[in-house]
Design a protein around this ligand. Structure first.
Ligand code: PGA
Length: 263
């Protein structure tokens, strides 16, 4: 994993948008996996800015979102579909028929999940998957104990996730107890992964998933087994990392090697 520590939320947002934009420019028909939550809002704002000011072109990009609450219709204000439209889709030139978000109000979640996996395969797999991380170490809604081989399916939400996400709802009881989420296996099949994290509240879980042992109890640790994962953190989220100086040294010196091997 490449660990990039940035000073604050703004810098983390800019850096992660640069990583995404680089991939979009490299491959115009990029298949981009996206995440919801507070963390990527700044990244999406930066992408919208790059689109508006520098013409970053999303017209051929296909998007697959990680997850959606089960039972919420796409236009429900608490749905992740709604979140994505508000925070990104309506601000860039992504084509509507290239947007895939799990359908929360499907009659048959199992059939839907199989269909979703097939759509990802049909376009050749995800090129870059963007992730946040939950306080319990989840990626997508892959709660503690999710198999590293899991595919898109319904998952029951862990108590901590329900508490963490209650802030988006009127009251905790309103938080749906289930979600449709890409599996850890689905995420791990992405060619590249970018995980972003910000704030003191993520410091413990970032230390655990970057420097701790690989375990399905913290599903983000699966990224240690991925061949191309970038983690962009702000100082607060990185504050408990033991090897911080080493990561910073690599960040500041890797251009020397990249130059030599002609990247
Ligand atoms: P957050 O959520 O960005 O709102 O902290 C992250 C997540 O649960 O994956």
């Amino acid at each position: 994993m490449e660990i990039i520590i940035t000073p604050d939320y703004e810098a983390m947002s800019k850096m992660s948008a640069v990583v995404i934009a680089r991939e979009v420019k490299r491959k115009h028909d990029l298949v981009l996996g996206l995440a919801t939550g507070d963390t990527p809002i700044g990244t999406y704002r930066e992408l919208a800015k790059l689109h508006k000011e520098e013409g970053l072109d999303f017209s051929k990009v296909t998007i697959f979102n990680l997850d959606e609450y089960l039972g919420l219709a796409p236009l429900n204000k608490n749905s992740y579909n709604y979140f994505m439209w508000e925070n990104l889709f309506k601000h860039v030139n992504v084509s509507q028929h290239k947007i895939f978000v799990p359908q929360g109000n499907t009659d048959d979640p199992e059939e839907f999940s199989e269909w979703y996996e097939k759509q990802i395969l049909n376009v050749g797999g995800i090129d870059l998957q963007v992730l946040g991380i939950g306080g319990d170490g989840h990626i997508g809604f892959n709660e503690p104990g999710s198999s590293f081989a899991s595919r898109t399916r319904v998952k029951g939400l862990y108590e901590q996730t329900i508490k963490d996400n209650a802030r988006f709802f009127d009251k905790e009881e309103d938080v749906p107890r289930f979600a449709i989420t890409m599996g850890v296996g689905t995420i791990m099949d992405a060619k590249k992964i970018l995980l972003i994290a910000s704030g003191e509240g993520k410091a413990d879980v970032c230390k655990e998933f970057i420097e701790g042992p690989v375990t399905s109890q913290i599903t983000a640790t699966a990224l240690q087994l991925h061949s191309y994962a970038i983690v962009v953190l702000d100082e607060k989220a990185a504050s408990k990392l033991e090897r911080k100086e080493y990561y910073n040294w690599v960040r500041d010196n890797k251009h020397v090697v990249e130059k030599r091997i002609g990247r």
